[in-house]
Structure formats: structure tokens, C-alpha cells
Design a protein. Structure first.
Length: 384
């Protein structure tokens, strides 16, 4: 049920992670390796031109915090951006999120998904990540556009933003920032250590030296040895940066029709799936982490369905998934909030034989949390 583009993405992902074999796979890997060399050379030249001042780097008249990563794929940027924006909002600052609008239907330069009071775009127009941020962050404007200087200038001039968060912007060198936070997924640390397109690294690990802080995500699902190895690797490239640990902590389930209401929805306790079979489905960067969360809650995962990241569901696909769940005699289907915004409304409001639960999670900071908050306070202070 995948589109050709998505099927190609899945094939290439399996290829670079060693899941495809044979003569033609080896030939293609050789081509991708050569392309990675060219890509890496281009990255180094472009970054060098910014560092030398040959290419101009703009400064916004507000505080700028960048949140990004050094790999492609899911590291938990969206819920982390949501958490940081809420913290800064609750400090009393006017904060806005600048999102590039990946796979959005809107193609202009500056797109207002939300002004903090009203959502102006659909999920198709805004893209799933930007729409979800707008839905979950009352009081925080969400702006999309490739050029963050343009979208940031709009946020300052039209929405009085004092702080902007650049969502997924470690490689957006056109804009100066006051704080650079890099997320590291402890379940899929540095991909396969190859640059794109042979691997999943966006730039060489030596470029971690630009970060002010590293945020290790999903530490509750990784081992202490893995986290120690990550810390040693980070210290090799950047000894000064703060290292903070975080978890994506489940809060509750919300039936999807109730979730769409958005105002104090009725919740379903997490222990309701203990000892029961459930069918998870998702289109996110790291579905295995989502499925492990369900098993950790006591549910038995049956016949999980995975689509490529950012996949938009059709009515036919949702009916197919529901039929799989019925055939497997599970108690419920479970998905993420990022997926929930892309499910057709006619399916959500139809009569369904089984409930569809949205797993509500929140990011919690642990080790070095106080130091991170001090860093954010120092950055957002108008006198700093």
C-alpha cells in the first residue's frame, strides 16, 4: 500500500543497513559510497564558507534556540521542541517555533500555521510535525518556511516573538543562534556511521563541535553501557557541551475521536492494555521504540504495521489496518499523535469495531536538567 517513493525509501534504508544482499546490492552500495564522498565534500566546503564569512549568516533581533540532530530519522525532535517551547512560554517569554514544513502542501515563503490563538492550516497544508506543534501548544505561534531568517523576522515583527525555536535546524547555517541543542537517539545512535546517501549521517561527527548541549533521548529504553559509549564519543568531538538525558514518558491513552476534540479529552489509563493483545501502527522515524513502549506497558504487540516516516493514511489503508486488528482479535489499535493527525476524519468518526488509542507522551529531562534550565534562562534573559 506504499507509494513508489516510499517503497524506494524503505529499500534504500534496508540496503544501507545491510539487510539487502547480492551482486546488484553491492554495486548500488558502491555507488552510494561514492556519492557520500561527494556529499561530505560539499558539506565541508559549504560550512567552511559560512565560518570564513564568505556566505552570510544572518542575526535575528531576538533570542534563537536551535534544536536538531546529526542524522536523518526520528530522534524525538517534535515532542522535545514542544516541551522546550512550553517551558519558555511558562517563563513569561513570547516564544515561536520555526519549522521548515517538511512535506507540507503549502509552498510560500512564510506560512502561519498558528498565531498562538488560532490554527490557520490543515495538516496537509502545514505538514504533520508543524500541525501537531500548533495543536499542542496554545499561546505559541508556529511558522513554516525554508528560510528561517524570513520566518523568524515575521515572528518578531508581526507576532512580537522574543524567543524563537528552530525545529530541526542544526544544518541551517544561514541563521545565527544563541543556543544549539543536538538530540542523540540512544536506540539508533549515529545511524550506520556513513554519510548520506550511503548512511544516515547528515554531516561528519567532527561537526558535533558546534553544539552547546547534547540531549540523549529515550534513555529508559537503552543500556547504561550504550549511554556511556555515547558520552565518550561526544566528548571526543566536544568536551565543553552539556550532556542531558531525557525520556519519552507515556502519560495515558486517548481514544482518537476524543483526542480530536482537543479540550480536556477523556483519557484511558495506561494499565488498560496489560495482559491484552494490541496492534500498533505508525509512520514515524523509529517505530521500534514506539512498539517497545507498548510492550513495556504490559501489552502484547500483534502484527504491527509500519509505514515510512510522514506517510499520509488513506481510508482504504485504515480499513485494512482495522481488519488486521479484527482478524487478530486484539483489544485495540494504538498509534502516535504524529500519526493521528494524518488519519482521515471519515474513518475517525465512523462506526469502528475496535477502539483506536493515541498514546500520549511527554518529554522529561533527567540528568543535568537543572544545568539545562540555567542555560536556557541565561540565553532568554534580555540582558544576555
Amino acid at each position: 500500500m506504499m507509494h513508489q517513493r516510499e517503497a524506494l525509501q524503505v529499500y534504500l534504508y534496508k540496503l544501507v543497513h545491510g539487510e539487502k544482499h547480492g551482486f546488484w546490492a553491492a554495486v548500488l552500495l558502491g555507488i552510494l559510497r561514492a556519492m557520500s564522498f561527494i556529499y561530505g565534500l560539499g558539506v565541508s566546503i559549504k560550512l567552511g564558507m559560512y565560518r570564513l564569512g564568505i556566505l552570510e549568516c544572518h542575526r535575528l533581533p531576538c533570542k534563537v534556540i536551535s534544536l536538531g540532530n546529526i542524522t536523518v530519522g526520528g530522534t524525538g525532535k517534535t515532542p522535545t521542541a514542544q516541551r522546550l517551547a512550553a517551558i519558555i512560554r511558562d517563563m513569561g517569554y513570547r516564544v515561536a517555533i520555526l519549522n521548515r514544513g517538511y512535506r507540507s502542501g503549502w509552498k510560500g515563503q512564510v506560512g502561519v500555521v498558528s498565531d498562538g490563538n488560532k490554527i490557520y492550516m490543515t495538516v496537509t497544508e502545514a505538514g504533520d510535525e508543524a500541525y501537531l506543534l500548533a495543536k499542542n501548544l496554545p499561546g505559541v505561534p508556529v511558522i513554516i518556511g525554508r528560510n528561517r531568517f524570513l520566518t523568524g523576522s515575521y515572528a518578531v515583527n508581526n507576532l512580537n516573538a522574543e524567543v524563537v525555536i528552530l525545529d530541526d535546524a542544526y544544518q541551517h547555517w544561514q541563521l545565527k543562534r544563541d543556543l544549539d541543542i543536538v538530540l542523540i537517539d540512544t536506540l539508533n545512535v549515529f545511524g550506520n556511521n556513513f554519510l548520506l546517501p550511503r548512511g544516515t549521517l547528515r554531516e561528519p561527527l567532527t561537526n558535533l563541535d558546534r553544539a552547546h548541549a547534547f540531549l540523549l533521548t529515550k534513555i529508559d529504553q537503552s543500556t547504561g553501557n550504550v549511554r556511556e559509549t555515547i558520552r565518550e564519543t561526544l566528548a571526543r568531538y566536544n568536551e565543553q557541551a552539556l550532556v542531558v538525558e531525557s525520556t519519552h514518558t507515556p502519560r495515558c491513552f486517548i481514544e482518537i475521536e476524543e483526542w480530536y476534540k482537543g479540550v480536556r479529552p477523556e483519557t484511558v489509563p495506561l494499565d488498560s492494555i496489560q495482559g491484552h493483545s494490541v496492534l500498533p501502527f505508525s509512520a514515524i522515524g523509529n517505530p521500534s521504540s514506539f512498539e517497545k513502549t507498548i510492550t513495556d506497558l504490559g501489552g502484547t504487540v500483534i502484527d504491527a504495521v509500519q509505514f515510512p516516516d510522514h506517510h499520509n493514511y488513506t481510508m482504504a489503508e485504515m480499513q485494512w489496518i482495522m481488519q488486521k486488528a479484527v482478524d487478530n482479535k486484539v483489544k485495540a489499535l494504538i498509534t502516535t499523535d504524529k500519526d493521528a493527525v494524518k488519519i482521515p476524519s471519515e474513518f475517525i468518526h465512523s462506526e469502528r469495531p475496535l477502539p483506536v488509542y493515541v498514546l500520549s507522551i511527554e518529554v522529561r529531562f533527567h540528568d543535568s536538567y537543572a544545568e539545562l534550565m540555567d542555560m536556557i534562562k541565561n540565553v532568554t534573559n534580555p540582558g544576555s
